[in-house]
Structures are given as structure tokens and as C-alpha cells.
Design a protein around this ligand. Sequence first.
Ligand code: LLP
Length: 415
Amino acid sequence: MNPFQYRDSLLFAEDVNLQELANAYGTPCYVYSKGAIEHNYRAFASALQEWPTCICYAVKANSNLAVLSLLAKLGAGFDVVSIGELERVVRAGGDVSKVVFSGVAKRSDEIRRALVIGIHCFNIESTAELQRLDAITREMDIQANVSLRVNPDVNPTTHPYISTGLKENKFGVDIELALDIYQRIEQCSHLNAVGVDCHIGSQLLELAPFQTCFERIFGLIDQLNAIGIVLQHVDVGGGLGIRYTQDDQVPSHADYAQVLAPFMRDRKLELLIEPGRAIVGEAGLLLTRVEHIKNTSAKNFALVDAAMNDLLRPSLYSAWHEISAVQKSYGATATYDVVGPVCEAGDFLGKDRPLAIQEGSLLAIHAAGAYGFVMASNYNSRARAAEVLVEGDQAWLVRKRETLGQLFANEIIPD
Ligand code: LLP
């Protein structure tokens, strides 16, 4: 479902005119479609309905409270990686008994708080972390559910920065050591081994790496069963890719479920899945306005009011986001590098894009709902963008634009 469609020559978000929205809230501004988020969540739920399933939305993809609240109302669980994300889930009314806590270096204070809140499960990533959790649960005399994140050594064939399931990555424990570690968990009076967990990477456009990963994870579950360790759930992580370019072929939710089916069949296991991007990515765009057009002997530049501090993906991963003019014009098209005002040559949102635009034109940067605002920074002392959620013809401001006062509110000039 693409909630961003042209009506005549003007781009709409659901039934909201994006030009009017930009005038009301200013730019740069992230716009999310409630309908698309719901649609994407339900697509997972229906593809996986054959098994008892908990969709633990990966909060890191887009952690706006309005987005979390929407997913909580749909019945989602949540995958968090910090106490900040956990407190967001609590604030948004999420069900904490459906929260899994991932991450390679959970601090003691984060573990304590999660135990008090009563989350479902800790995804353990090392024996050092296991020792820490064991000590804290004994001291607090609280039981904790744990799931071991194993590193299945699978190449997800995605960008190296977002590949997480190879031996050289910092994530999870070597699958060969897992059996031993589960036996150690059995010795811990306050820990219950309830699951096994993996996450091999993000923006996967092929199913083969998932297939290999499932073979290894379910093989481990069989080995555990053989020594009398019976788990309640298998957590297959996130990673399903989305369409950034028109050529991207994305496996459907149903295709993904089909790969999973032979592994899940005839097992009494709950399925946990941690999608982030596939739920919110294509449900969002970044609106930005052209400040100037600059033509040099080498290039045409569209200098816009959004920058790498607002959307880091193009600079960090050379990621490609489709860029279109909000008002389609039948004027002359030229090829532009769409760049921001930040003082770095790496500050670009798209290169060599054919656009019919002029000073003041509005541009939409597509598929920016995941890893967009959440990775924004204040570099160059730029206040972070506003965020708006649309439903039908309604638009809600779900995060005010940061003010300059907020930028230095925490800073202190010594006497
Ligand atoms: N579970 C775990 C343990 C993860 O580390 C991640 C993402 C997910 C689930 C969700 O993965 P997804 O379904 O969204 O692919 N900033 C990068 C992406 C980093 C992903 C980190 N982990 C980007 O902009 O592409």
C-alpha cells in the first residue's frame, strides 16, 4: 500500500494535501501515514496467523510515541535496545509483558529497571551479560525470562553496516557455544530459558539468508530438546526489506511466512518476530523545501532545507531514497544533486535526480519512515524536524519542531 499518491499534479499523504501540510507545519517535516502502518502490521499478522505469534515491533526504526501508541493498540509487542526505548513503550501505553530487550551491552541500571517494569524477556548476547543478569536477579530476588541471541554466521547480503549475523559481528553468541550456555542458564536459580533469538541483518531483499538462518536456529532447538531443554518461543528477529528504488524486488510477507512454515510446523513454539523497517519505512516521507538552485559548470544543485542531520541514510550508507516534487510541473526537467545546508561534502539526500523544480518547490523524500527521524542529530546546531501523522484527511502534529532554546537548554557556561 502506498499512501502517498498524486491527485492531478499534487502529492497527497492519504487525503492530506502535502503543500497545505508544509504550510501549516513548516519544513523539514516527517509525515507518516497511520493507514500504511496499520496495513503493514496487519500484513505480518495475517501472514503469520498459522502460529501463535507476537510481532515485537523494533522501536529503533521509529520511536515516536504516536507510532508506538498506534502499534500498541493493534496488539503489538516491542523489541527495545535501551531504557529510553523501554520508557517510550511504557509512556505510549504498550504492553510491557510483550517486550523483549535486545542489545549487546545492557547497563546494570537498565536491567534493574526492566526487571521492575516486568518485561517478557531479555535477549542475552554474551556470557558476560548472562553473569550480570544472574547476579542482579539473585540480588533483587526476581525471576527473569531469557532467550539466547545466537549468531548463526549467515551472510545477509546487505550493507556491511547493517549486517549482524556473521561471525565477525559483535552480535549474539557463536551458535556452536549455545548448547553449553543453555546448560549454564539451567543452573541459574532466577533465570528461565524461554527462547532462542537471532537477527541477521536489515534490509534483506532475498529469502535465502533467512532460510539458512532458520535451518541453524531450529537445528539448535532440536539439539536442546534432545537434552531435555524445551523452549517456549523462537524469535526470528527483523530484517525484511522494503522498496527504496522502483527496481527493488521485495519478498512479500506471505513469501517470508512460507520459508518459515516447514520449520514451525508440528512444534509447540510461539513465534516472535522483530520487524521495524517493514512496518514503518514506506509509511513515511520527509518533506523539504528548495531554498536555492545553484548551477555550476559541473553540477546543478538543489539546496534544500533538510540535511544529513535530518536523514542520515544517504550519507552513511549511500542509501538511495526516491525524491519527487510535491507539485508535478510540466516545466523543464534538469538533473540535480539534492543537498542540504550542512558543511560537509557528504551532506546529500540524492544525487543526479531528474526534477522539474525551482526555488521554493517542495520535495518529498520517500521511504523515510524508518531510521529517519530516529537517527537525526543537531549537527551544525540545527533543530530537529517536526513529525506529523495523517489519517484520512486529518493531520496531527506528533512532535513539535525543536526550538533553538531546547538546543542549548542543557549547556552550562562556567563562572
Ligand atoms: N531486531 C534487532 C535485534 C535489530 O538490531 C534490528 C535492527 C531489528 C530487529 C529491526 O530490523 P529491521 O526489521 O528494521 O530491518 N540504521 C540502519 C538500520 C539498522 C538496523 C539495526 N537493527 C538503516 O538505516 O538502514
